[in-house]
Design a protein around this ligand. Structure first.
Ligand code: C2E
Ligand code: MG
Ligand code: MG
Length: 498
C-alpha cells in the first residue's frame, strides 16, 4: 500500500514541478522573444499543444515504469524471494514452448508434512526462517536452467530441463531434494519431513497447467503417507479422475433422486414367515449400469454424502412400504444400513434420528444396522449414540458380526437389540466344524444376552436346517429370497403371510 501511495505522490510531484516550470518559463519566453501580437497568440496555442503532448509522454513513461516495478514484486514471493506461482507458470510455459526434441522437463512439488503442527510447535518466526533457508538451499541445489518457486505456505515447486541424450538419474535427483530438506531440518533442530510429487513433460501433461495438475495429483498420493515420494502415474490419475466423475454422478443421482431401494426379507426360522426387511440402496449409473453399494458407499463416506443417502433411503422406504400397505404389523422391523462415518458423527446421527422421528407412522419400525468396524473408533461415543436413539424407539443391530476385532467388547458395552452373524461364517458351517462351533457359540451368547440373532447370507437348504437346529431365530439370504423391488415384496409377503 505504501508503495502505491509513494508512487502516486511521486507522479503528482513530477507533474506539478514540470507544469509549473513550463508555465513560468514558456510565458516568459513568449513575452520576451516574440514582438508581434498575432505570433504571440499563435505561440500560446502551440505552447499549450506541446505541453499536452510532453506531459502525456511523461505520464506514459512514468506509469509504464511503475507498472513494471509492481509486476516485478508480484512475480516474487515476499518471504523467500523465489518465484511466485504466476511467474512459475509463465516460466514453465515458456520452457515447454522452447523445448528441443531431445529435452524433457521434470517438475517436482515439495510439501512439508503437517506444517500446521510445526508452526504451532516452533512458532511462526522460526517456521518462516526455516522456509527462507530451505528456499535458499533449494535454489542453490537445482540444476542449471531450472526454476524454483514457492507456491503456497509450505509448498515449493521446481522444474528442470533434462537432456534425454545424456544419462540422468531421476530418482537420485528427486531424492536429493528430500536429503536437502532433511539436512536443513536437522540443522535447524526441527523434527519434520516432507513429501514430493513428480511429473514429467511430455508424458504427464501437454502444457504447464496439465503438468502442474499431474504433479499435484502425485503429491496428493504421496501425502497419504509421510516422507514419501510419488511419481505421477497415468493409471493412477485415470483412476482418480474416474473416481471424481463417479462422485459427481453420485451427487447428481442423490439430488435428482434417481437412486432406488430394494428390500431383502428376513424370515422367522420357526415359521418361515417374513418378519422384517432390510432396505438396500441401488444405483443404476447411466453409463456403467449397476454400481454396487459396496463400491459407492465408501465413495459417499469420503465425500460427505452418506447422510443424504440415508435420508433418501429412509424417506423412500417409508413412502413405498406405507403405499404398499405393509406397515400394518406384518413386518416387525425395517432395517436401514448406516455407514461407519455417519454413525461416528453424532450430529449427523441426530439429524437422521430427527428425520426418522418425523415419519411417525414409520419410526417405530426402524432398526439401524451398524457394521462392527463403524463402532470401533470411539466406543463410549457409540454407547451414547445408541442409548440416545433407543430412547426414541429406534432399535439397533450389529451387522457383519464377527468380522471386526471387537465383537465381544461390543456385546459387553453396547446394548444392541440384534446381532447379524456375517455371511462368511454361514457359508462355512456345512463343511467347517470350527465355523459351525463359532456360529453356535454366538447364538447361545446372543440368547443369554436377550439379543435377537439373525444369520446373514443363507444360500443352501442345509445351511438353513443347521441354523434352525442351532436355535437361530431369524435368517436372511439368497436361498430364502434375494433383494427385490417393492411390488415383488408385496406379492411375496402376501403369499407367505396370508
Ligand atoms: P449388508 O448390510 O451386509 O447387506 C447384505 C448384502 O449381502 C447385500 O448386498 C445383499 O444383497 C447381500 N446378500 C444377502 N444375502 C446374500 C446371500 O445369500 N449371498 C450373497 N452372496 N450375498 C447376499 P448389497 O445390497 O450389495 O450391499 C452391500 C453392502 O452395502 C451392505 O452390506 C451394506 O453394508 C451396504 N449398503 C447397502 N445399502 C446401503 C444403504 O442404504 N446405506 C448404507 N450406508 N450402506 C448400504
Ligand atoms: Mg446390512
Ligand atoms: Mg451384512
Amino acid at each position: 500500500m505504501d508503495k502505491v501511495v509513494n508512487s502516486a505522490v511521486r507522479i503528482a510531484f513530477i507533474y506539478a514541478v514540470f507544469s509549473g516550470l513550463w508555465i513560468l518559463f514558456s510565458d516568459f519566453a513568449v513575452e520576451t522573444f516574440i514582438d508581434s501580437a498575432n505570433l504571440r497568440a499563435l505561440a500560446q496555442t502551440y505552447k499549450g499543444l506541446i505541453f499536452v503532448f510532453v506531459t502525456a509522454m511523461m505520464l506514459l513513461l512514468l506509469v509504464y515504469r511503475n507498472n513494471r516495478a509492481l509486476e516485478k514484486t508480484n512475480d516474487l514471493d515476499g518471504l523467500t524471494g523465489l518465484y511466485s506461482i504466476n511467474m512459475f507458470i509463465r516460466s514453465l510455459d515458456k520452457s515447454i514452448r522452447s523445448l528441443h526434441s531431445h529435452e524433457q522437463i521434470i517438475l517436482g512439488y515439495l510439501d512439508i508434512d503437517d506444517f500446521k503442527a510445526l508452526n504451532e510447535t516452533i512458532g511462526f518466526d522460526r517456521a518462516d526462517m526455516f522456509l527462507r533457508e530451505l528456499a535458499a538451499d533449494i535454489s542453490k541445489a537445482t540444476l542449471a536452467g531450472s526454476v524454483t518457486a514457492r507456491l503456497h505456505a509450505d509448498q515449493f515447486a521446481s522444474f528442470a530441463l533434462i537432456n534425454t541424450d545424456e544419462a540422468f538419474d531421476m530418482d537420485d535427483h528427486v531424492l536429493s531434494f528430500q536429503r536437502l530438506f532433511a539436512k536443513r531440518a536437522k540443522h535447524n533442530g526441527i523434527n519434520v519431513t516432507c513429501c514430493i510429487g513428480v511429473a514429467l513433460y511430455p508424458t504427464d501433461g501437454r502444457n504447464a497447467k496439465e503438468l502442474m495438475v499431474s504433479a499435484t495429483e502425485a503429491l496428493e498420493i504421496a501425502k497419504k503417507q509421510q516422507n514419501a515420494i510419488q511419481y505421477h502415474d497415468r493409471v493412477l490419475t485415470e483412476k482418480a479422475m474416474q473416481r471424481r466423475q463417479l462422485v459427481l454422478d453420485l451427487r447428481q443421482a442423490i439430488e435428482n433422486e434417481t437412486l432406488s431401494v430394494v428390500y431383502q426379507p428376513k424370515y422367522n426360522l420357526k415359521t418361515l414367515a417374513v418378519s422384517g426387511v432390510e432396505v438396500l440402496v441401488r444405483w443404476v449409473h447411466e453409463k456403467h449400469g449397476f454400481v454396487s453399494p459396496a463400491d459407492f458407499i465408501p465413495l459417499a463416506e469420503d465425500n460427505y454424502l452418506t447422510s443424504a443417502i440415508s435420508k433418501f433411503v429412509v424417506g423412500k422406504a417409508a413412502k413405498e412400504l406405507a403405499g404398499a400397505g405393509l406397515l400394518n404389523g406384518i413386518l416387525q422391523h425395517i432395517s436401514i444400513n448406516v455407514s461407519a462415518t455417519e454413525f461416528n458423527n453424532i450430529d449427523e446421527m441426530r439429524v437422521l434420528a430427527k428425520f426418522i422421528k418425523s415419519l411417525e407412522y414409520f419410526a417405530n419400525y426402524v432398526r439401524i444396522e451398524i457394521t462392527e468396524t463403524a463402532t470401533l473408533t470411539d466406543m463410549s461415543q457409540s454407547v451414547d449414540i445408541i442409548s440416545d436413539l433407543q430412547q426414541s424407539g429406534i432399535t439397533f443391530s450389529i451387522d457383519d458380526f464377527g468380522t471386526g476385532y471387537t465383537s465381544l467388547t461390543m456385546l459387553k458395552d453396547l446394548t444392541v437389540d440384534e446381532i447379524k452373524i456375517d455371511r462368511s461364517f454361514i457359508s462355512e458351517i456345512e463343511h467347517d466344524e470350527r465355523s459351525k462351533t463359532i456360529v453356535n457359540a454366538i447364538i447361545v451368547m446372543a440368547k443369554s444376552f436377550g439379543v435377537n440373532i439373525v444369520a446373514e447370507g443363507i444360500e443352501t437348504e442345509q445351511q438353513l436346517s443347521l441354523l434352525q437346529n442351532m436355535g437361530c431365530e431369524e435368517a436372511q439370504g439368497f436361498y430364502l429370497a434375494k433383494p427385490m423391488p417393492i411390488e415383488d415384496l408385496t406379492r411375496h409377503i402376501k403369499q407367505l403371510n396370508p
